[in-house]
Design a protein around this ligand. Structure first.
Ligand SMILES: Cc1cc2nc3c(=O)[nH]c(=O)nc-3n(C[C@H](O)[C@H](O)[C@H](O)COP(=O)(O)OP(=O)(O)OC[C@H]3O[C@@H](n4cnc5c(N)ncnc54)[C@H](O)[C@@H]3O)c2cc1C
Length: 455
């Protein structure tokens, strides 16, 4: 048995399982604390580790043109268990990586239980641990007891129990001949602040047609067990529209304090505002536009907004039961809770979204915890890699005030020099991102591997 102190991981989901695998393979003994099957959630059905609660897809496997495909590639290079089991249990799905969900989780469970350095302890952890080295990876459905303990430590404001996601668009897909930059009433100390919002003007006919489309659009319902009613400040736009045709014009679409820079004499009847969503300025969210419309309906309805006719969406809107931290304020760049550095967070609770992204954050947290237990330091991967782009986003790149869970996408990557923008240059740009990322990931991984074997 190894003399290295144990690493405790709370939650044996996508992130916890991957973190355990990475740590155990580096010679560190691991205890996984998993509450299922004793304590269940509304979405999980089994007691297996790494259960897929909904779709059986790991999304695109294209590692040259797609950011999540690139993340697959990076995880495979790092010996990731989640990717290995996904590959072994893959089902035909075109360019996507779909898996046999039962065999996938059974495979992860068997592999971890068979590892000599892994122990799985059944039961809920409902308090924050005082001592030892811990990773909390309890996911979007973190148990109530632990959620409350985290809220007591971080302050209730810093832990959300629902996401309220407004759609996010790529800056280079916006029509700036229609849109102009201005904060309401030109508020702000600096020129940058006075131009912090992008504004899309609507005349009366456009507004009326937009409300009609909103009311007619297909909506999704809350999952069973997920309902808690809507809460103040997070009403879906279609619910606001149902309350009265003018409600949005007096809410997120109010046209006051703004002058159209392209047509200063025309007063807009309503204005949709976009706000910068990352420090790079490559992504913008549509302010106050959280929605339960189905994805197809969202693109159709939102492309009616003047200036967004050709918008590409980095993510679409939604509202779900989802426990997540305000990571940009709470976590340091080694994914540690600033107020209690013996605790790391990983997976969806850190504000990434999806099976793959959650497993990726588990991989990283596992390796960082190992480095620490072995008296070393592992810096985060460069932001030009998929893994690095995600971790930089959640631990600092994202706007803390409006922080909402995020899938990996090329908008999180630092822009490439000398590659054409816009729709036409897209293929070259994506290829540029993936080529650059692969080189940098390989370099980072070689250095990480060189320092990561227990003595
Ligand atoms: C209804 C629903 C549908 C979803 N659909 C999709 C989808 O289609 N595609 C997709 O990519 N993502 C989907 N997601 C998101 C996906 O579930 C997550 O991205 C992913 O599973 C997160 O991985 P994780 O390891 O962070 O959390 P999880 O995989 O949820 O693992 C967390 C683990 O922690 C355990 N746990 C919780 N609290 C405690 C505690 N106090 N003590 C001990 N153990 C605890 C849980 O039992 C669970 O096993 C969905 C989520 C939900 C809720």
């Amino acid at each position: 048995m190894s003399d290295t102190p144990e690493l405790h991981i709370v939650g044996g989901g996508m992130a916890g399982s991957e973190a355990a695998w990475q740590a155990a393979n580096a010679g560190v003994p691991v205890v996984i604390h998993e509450m299922r099957p004793q304590v269940g959630t509304f979405a999980h059905k089994t007691g297996d580790l790494a259960e897929m609660v909904c779709s059986n897809s790991f999304r695109s496997d294209d590692d040259e043109q797609n950011a999540v495909g690139l993340l697959h590639w990076e995880m495979r290079q790092a010996g990731g268990l989640i990717m290995e089991m996904a590959d072994r249990n893959a089902l035909p799905a075109g360019g996507a990586l779909a898996v046999d969900r039962d065999r996938f989780s059974a495979g992860v469970t068997e592999r971890l239980r068979a590892h000599p350095l892994v122990r799985v302890e059944a039961g809920e952890i409902a308090a924050l641990p005082e001592d030892g080295t811990w990773i909390i990876a309890t996911g979007p459905l973190t148990s109530q007891g632990l959620g409350q303990a985290i809220a007591r430590e971080t302050g209730a404001e810093a832990l959300a129990f629902f996401d309220a996601i407004a759609p996010i668009v790529y800056a280079d897909s916006l029509d700036m001949d229609v849109i102009w930059a201005q904060s309401r009433y030109d508020k702000g100390e600096t020129e940058e602040e006075r131009r912090a919002y992008l504004n899309c003007p609507m005349d009366k006919a456009q507004y009326e047609a937009f409300i009609d489309a909103l009311l007619a659009a297909d909506k999704t319902e809350f999952h069973e067990g997920e309902t808690a009613g809507y809460f103040d400040g997070c009403l879906p736009i279609e619910v606001m529209a149902e309350r009265g045709r003018e409600t949005l014009r007096h809410g997120p679409m109010k046209p006051v304090g703004l002058t159209n820079a392209h047509k200063p004499d025309e007063k807009a009847y309503a204005v949709v505002q976009l706000r910068r969503d990352n420090a790079l300025g490559t992504l913008f969210n549509i302010v106050g536009f959280q929605t339960k419309m189905k994805y197809g309906a969202q693109t159709e309805v939102f492309r009616r907004i003047p200036g967004l006719e050709n918008a590409r969406f980095a993510r679409l809107g939604g509202i779900h039961r989802n426990t997540f931290l305000n990571s940009p304020t709470l976590l340091d760049d080694r994914m540690r809770l600033r107020s209690r550095p013996n605790i790391r967070f990983a997976g969806q609770i850190t504000g990434v979204e999806g099976y793959v992204e959650s497993a990726a954050m588990g991989l990283l947290a596992g390796r960082m915890a190992v480095a620490e237990l072995l008296g070393r330091d592992l810096p985060p991967p460069p932001p030009e890699t998929a893994m690095g782009a995600l971790v930089h986003h959640i631990t600092g790149g994202a706007e803390a005030k409006t922080f909402q869970p995020m899938n990996v996408n090329f908008g999180l990557f630092p822009p490439l020099d000398g590659v054409r923008g816009g729709r036409k240059g897209r293929k070259d740009r994506y290829r540029g991102h993936t080529d650059r990322a692969k080189t940098l990931w390989s370099e980072w991984l070689a250095q990480a591997n060189a320092g990561l074997t227990a003595a």
